[in-house]
Ligand binder design. Structure first.
Ligand SMILES: Cc1cc2nc3c(=O)[nH]c(=O)nc-3n(C[C@H](O)[C@H](O)[C@H](O)COP(=O)(O)OP(=O)(O)OC[C@H]3O[C@@H](n4cnc5c(N)ncnc54)[C@H](O)[C@@H]3O)c2cc1C
Length: 441
């Protein structure tokens, strides 16, 4: 299928998702000034979900997106709908206190149901299914942590369970891991089709979406907020920023001082192999699960119905499209799945995830009527969809004490400008620790 109407400013990378996605609905650039109740900046899952829920509640919403909806991480990811956070409940409670930590943890159990219900309610065509999700363990110590995780969810009625090394090898198709955590709630979808479907649903609900419209400035004006963008100005009572790892796109301090520096934007890489032969195909993920591990330098994978293995993970830090950026990912693909032999990869693409220092998403309200929601730490298919609803509820006046995500000040990360050299060292150190942990068990 085609990638929808011609876009000329920032095309999506030539990914497997672009090659197989549903077409995009027209989202013409902003041309002239307009007024809205609420203006949303950023058309990923968070911005689109917020826009849809706000419009359904009766608000006049305009959404501005620098490229096409889904151009950021939302149209490039692994499409795994993951339940829960990387952090365990006790960690959240230790950091936030019993009630807020518990509320945040319980909310994380709703991500998959919430996303699946939204998809069903709006009839979004995105190849969604719920085969269950596997989180493999690279060491015996991590597997013991997973036992606690499984117990936490079992206590809430979820049939999560631990796989020993043999069962994990059978269900994954690789013997690289020491065992795994299996969560039956996990789902999968075509990520770009999902973003485009959300945009279509938002348009149908009355949202004005303008693609190819980079926001350059958000300031307080005499009649509320003034969002200055390519092609015009939107005046709105309230503004929601959902720019995630692409928050620095407009340069300088736009769209809001400190926001881009409050997360670490990390490149994440994916490849799609050529279709596997029947015998090899049968050995990998035979029950349709998707998998994402919890290594410091994570890897994730899924098998498509056309026999391609999609494999992703951390690679080069520059995100400049060079082959060297993909080398670590290809290396791990071959190490995990030696049965692939010398099979070629047909698609290579990358995107950016927004990491937060506390590993949970952030909700900010830096000025009256100005909100921001970002930082889904590489797990935003379900989480960012749910964050959009949480942000929409706050914009509609939901009291803070009912909000599952704490509202925090924007905290720019010190020495953010020096993050590349710092990350080089961190990556080396993380790889070393991952390898040591694995070797120790
Ligand atoms: C390769 C990869 C694999 C991943 N795999 C998974 C997975 O399997 N499961 C999972 O749960 N998560 C995964 N993730 C993470 C997930 O994709 C993200 O957490 C999620 O898409 C974030 O959604 P978002 O709406 O917050 O941000 P984004 O989708 O990144 O959207 C932000 C948007 O803001 C726009 N923008 C920024 N600045 C401006 C501006 N000034 N003006 C106008 N528009 C602007 C950008 O153009 C962009 O479209 C993966 C991410 C990557 C990159």
């Amino acid at each position: 299928m085609t990638a929808g109407p011609a876009r000329n400013v920032r095309p999506l990378p030539d990914s497997y998702w672009v090659a197989t996605a549903e077409p995009a609905a027209p989202t013409p650039p902003l041309a002239g000034d307009r007024r809205a109740d609420i203006c949303i900046v950023g058309g990923g899952y968070a911005g689109l979900s917020a826009a849809l829920h706000l419009a359904e509640a009766g608000a006049a919403v305009t959404l501005l997106e620098a490229a096409e909806p889904g151009w950021g991480a939302s149209g490039r990811n692994g499409g795994q709908i993951i339940p829960g956070f990387k952090a365990e409940r006790r960690e959240l409670v230790r950091r936030l206190g019993e009630a807020p930590g518990g509320r945040l943890f319980d909310w994380s159990g709703s991500f998959v149901d919430f996303t699946l219900e939204l998809i069903e309610r709006h009839g979004i065509a995105c190849q969604v299914s719920r085969p269950g999700w596997i989180q493999p363990a690279h060491s015996a110590a991590i597997l013991r942590d997973y036992e606690r995780r499984a117990a936490e969810w079992q206590a809430r009625g979820v049939a999560a369970r631990i796989l020993d090394a043999a069962e994990s090898e059978r269900l994954l198709g690789t013997g690289w891991y020491k065992g795994a955590y299996l969560d039956p709630r996990g789902g999968r979808l075509q990520p770009l089709s999902y973003a485009r479907g959300l945009a279509r649903a938002a348009l149908k609900a009355g949202v004005q979406i303008h693609g190819d419209t980079l926001v350059r400035d958000v300031t307080r004006g005499p009649k509320g907020w003034r969002v200055a963008a390519e092609g015009g100005v939107v005046e709105a009572d309230r503004v929601l920023l959902c720019t995630n790892a692409y928050s620095a796109l407009a340069g300088g301090d736009a769209p809001w001082p400190g926001l881009a520096r409050s997360v670490v934007p990390v490149p994440s890489y994916m490849v799609a192999t050529a279709p596997l032969g029947e015998n090899v195909r049968r050995t990998i993920l035979p029950e349709g699960h998707t998998a994402a591990d919890l290594k410091r330098l994570t890897n994730h994978f899924r098998l498509e119905s056309d026999g391609r293995l999609l494999f992703g993970g951390r690679g080069g830090l520059r995100d400049d499209g060079s082959d060297s950026g993909f080398a670590p990912v290809i290396g791990k693909l071959r190490e995990f799945f030696p049965q692939l032999g010398a099979i070629a990869c047909d698609y290579y693409w990358s995107g950016r995830v927004a990491l937060t220092l506390d590993h949970v998403p952030h909700l900010h309200e830096p000025a009256p009527g100005l909100h921001a929601a970002l930082g889904c730490n590489g797990r935003g298919v379900g989480m960012a969809t749910a964050m959009g609803k949480v942000a929409a509820d706050r914009l509609l006046g939901r009291p803070l004490e009912e909000c599952p995500v704490p509202v925090s000040p924007i905290r720019p990360i010190p020495f953010h400008g020096f993050r590349l050299p710092a990350m080089q060292v961190t990556v080396w150190w993380k790889a070393l620790r991952d390898a040591r942990e694995r070797a120790a068990s």
